[in-house]
Design a protein around this ligand. Structure first.
Ligand SMILES: [Zn+2]
Length: 479
């Protein structure tokens, strides 16, 4: 047969365990007389190789949608899934193989392809001397020719003589290319979109020497994506896997409950409304912009639904953190001892820290009869907590609240696109005051109103939620 005269290597990209797909290929290839080919084991999304690959600098995990580049969008798939990255990894390995073994012209097939009855006429016709000459193909420059994709009657059943068309079409299911093409891909690839977009759209559009053609009428179609001819579930794109994530600007983490409350107040003061999160295991606060601490207790499935831009771990230094932890835990134990008081008094004043610490204890595997007087136990809790954050959250930026970066308040303000100059009376300096005055006792969780506005008339005898002005700046004053 002609196959191995045209191509010096034929790859079938296929997961090792996909026996039904491999069986399909064996039958399909036998039908078209294709005997000399190799099942090239596709990279599995959960393999160590792919996990390593994800960490390489070639893989760019953006906080924006890779399709439309917006942060918030309606795209059905707005981040590169592990399956898509695994697919990239497979292709990188194939390119490397082509270059290493110096193959001149190869055919690459996915494992769910089917040949049209006219396959031979089209392939031989499209790659004939007459066609390659007519299209001015230069064999010493990068060349990629697609044989097909999803089934499309107008492309597969086109009533014309076989020919090539210079166009950029996603044709991952089946395409051929030369060594120069593989070498170029290998040199310049960056994983920030799907592999087929990179090979068939991005590279040919950006690099003029790349020759990208399609054969007509298409001699090959794939089974996975068209419902009427669908045979296999796509493993590259399994059903039910998350394909989009909601964008969140921030995750604020703090090692103590009181610091958590302080962060909540700072956000409220910048005009960012936060609401209590009542989802299971969700004590804490969240809104469209982000989360405070509670996110880390959520299960993987919930975590995977968000893509968080900035993650900050706030600390006042170890000594400071330990002190605030100790104070919190004193309150925690008192609250537990006296539940009546919780309901009648304290709970109205401050949000209940019991659930906050119960979540911490549970996640860290610590007995909740915790002895806060024991310094070493306290320190152990603290270190476990910090370790837990680092193990569970990537790319956390540590912010020492005693030494905040100059532009930090501005950054928080910009979350809500608030121009801080336009927000009456609230300036970054005043918000900084809140951080500086953090050294409070939790029993009098109170923002010093003098630092907010000297003229503000606030009733100290009630729990007041006072509107400072029409800009929705809420100050909670607590006895
Ligand atoms: Zn999008």
């Amino acid at each position: 047969m002609f196959w191995n005269k045209l191509f010096d290597k034929i790859y079938v990209l296929s997961l090792k365990d996909c026996n039904d797909r491999r069986e399909h290929i064996r039958k399909e290839f036998a039908k078209v007389g294709l005997q000399d080919y190799e099942f090239f084991d596709a990279s599995h999304f959960s393999s160590d190789e792919v996990k390593e690959f994800k960490k390489s600098e070639r893989v760019i995990q953006s906080s924006s949608c890779f399709r439309c580049l917006k942060k918030r969008c309606g795209c059905e798939n707005n981040f590169l899934t592990d399956f898509q990255i695994a697919n990239w990894h497979s292709f990188v390995r194939i390119w490397q193989d082509i270059v290493d073994k110096k193959y001149k012209f190869v055919l690459i097939c996915e494992d769910d392809i089917v040949f049209m009855p006219h396959f031979k006429r089209t392939i031989l016709g499209a790659l004939s001397k007459q066609q390659t000459k007519a299209n001015n193909i230069k064999w010493n420059l990068p060349l990629l020719i697609g044989l097909g994709g999803a089934y499309h009657p107008q492309k597969h059943l086109l009533q014309t003589a076989p020919h090539l068309r210079r166009q950029n079409v996603m044709c991952n299911p089946c395409f051929c290319m030369n060594n120069q093409m593989a070498e170029l891909f290998l040199k310049i690839y960056h994983v920030h979109h799907t592999s087929d977009h990179f090979m068939h759209i991005e590279v040919p559009q950006r690099i003029p020497i790349v020759q990208h053609f399609m054969m007509y009428p298409w001699p090959v179609y794939e089974l996975s994506f068209v419902p009427s001819v669908s045979k296999f579930d796509s493993l590259v794109r399994p059903k039910g896997a998350i394909r989009r994530k909601e964008y969140k600007e921030f995750l604020f983490l703090s090692p103590s409950y009181s610091m958590n409350m302080m962060l909540l107040n700072v956000l409220k003061m910048t005009g960012i409304p936060m609401k209590e999160d009542n989802t299971p295991k969700g004590l804490g606060y969240r809104n469209n912009y982000g989360y405070i601490t509670n996110y880390i207790w959520k299960n993987e499935e919930i975590k995977n639904r968000s893509r968080i831009d900035k993650k900050y771990l706030f600390t006042g230094g170890k000594e400071f953190d330990l002190l605030s932890l100790k104070t919190d835990l004193m309150i925690y134990n008192k609250l537990k001892e006296n539940s009546e008081k919780i309901n009648n008094n304290i709970n109205n004043i401050i949000e209940n820290p019991i659930d906050f610490y119960n979540n911490i204890f549970k996640s860290l595997g610590i007995n909740n009869e915790f002895n806060y007087d024991n310094e070493s136990e306290l320190e152990e809790l603290y270190l476990k907590f910090v370790k837990y954050i680092h193990e569970n959250i990537d790319n956390v930026e540590i912010i020492n609240i005693n030494n905040l970066p100059q532009d930090f308040y501005k950054k928080i303000m910009s979350i809500n696109n608030i121009n801080y100059l336009s927000v009456n009376k609230i300036t970054p300096e005043k918000i900084k005051k809140v951080f500086d005055d953090y050294n409070y006792q939790i029993s009098k969780l109170k923002i010093n109103t003098e630092n907010i506005d000297e003229n503000e008339n606030i009733d100290e005898n009630k729990n007041v939620v006072e509107e400072v002005n029409e800009k929705e700046i809420i100050i909670e004053v607590v006895n």
